[in-house]
Design a protein around this ligand. Structure first.
Ligand code: HEC
Length: 169
């Protein structure tokens, strides 16, 4: 009887401990998600990875954040499209993200921003994006220099104002 009581007390203690550990884990996740949101905001990720964000800023509903852009960025590197991070993050593990997010990408992706983040911060970004869930379609595929671009695109080739031969005379 005595042993049984001790067993019960032990089980109750374990149950209580697992509850607190679970609560601590939940609080940690909530903190990471909040930090991830903060880093994404500071990193300007939405400007490129969210449709309409360059024009409207944070007015764009969070449900649409980081769903990728169908407008290309064309330059000497070809035409790149800001990826749909919501779909990518939903389809890979956190460990896969830790490697993939640090790969140097083509312009104008500021790869150095993700490469400068601590492991902790990069994980927070993953947890935040994952908390938003998968949404939208994959961004269009990269087009090599000289290839045919079927979508609207921003021209990243520096322009020089063309003046007529008589201008200023
Ligand atoms: C100036 C525009 C721009 C900004 C700002 C930007 N990105 Fe990107 N990002 C791109 C483009 C364009 C690509 C595609 C590059 C390529 O095709 O090589 C890309 C690709 C990526 C990829 C690779 C996706 C894959 O296929 O695995 C990740 C991850 C990523 N961006 C995350 C971010 C995060 C997080 C931020 C904010 C810190 C950010 N980006 C800010 C334009 C941008």
């Amino acid at each position: 009887m005595k042993t049984r009581n001790r067993g019960l007390a032990c089980a109750a203690l374990l149950f209580w401990m697992s509850g607190t550990a679970f609560a601590a884990g939940e609080a940690g996740l909530a903190r990471d998600i909040e930090r991830g949101r903060y880093l994404v905001t500071l990193g300007g990720c939405n400007d490129c990875h969210t449709p309409g964000f360059m024009e409207k800023g944070p007015e764009v509903p969070e449900g649409q954040w980081l769903t990728g852009l169908g407008i290309g960025f064309s330059g000497p590197w070809g035409t790149t499209y800001p990826a749909n991070l919501r779909r990518i993050v939903a389809s890979i593990t956190e460990e896969q993200w830790m490697v993939r997010a640090r790969v140097t990408r083509l312009p104008p992706m500021p790869s150095y921003v993700l490469q400068s983040m601590t492991d902790e911060d990069l994980r927070a970004v993953y947890r935040y994006v994952r908390s938003l869930g998968s949404a939208g379609q994959d961004a269009p595929a990269y087009v090599a220099p000289g290839g045919k671009v079927d979508t609207p695109f921003f021209d990243f080739v520096p322009q020089v104002e063309q003046r007529s031969a008589h201008a200023g005379h």
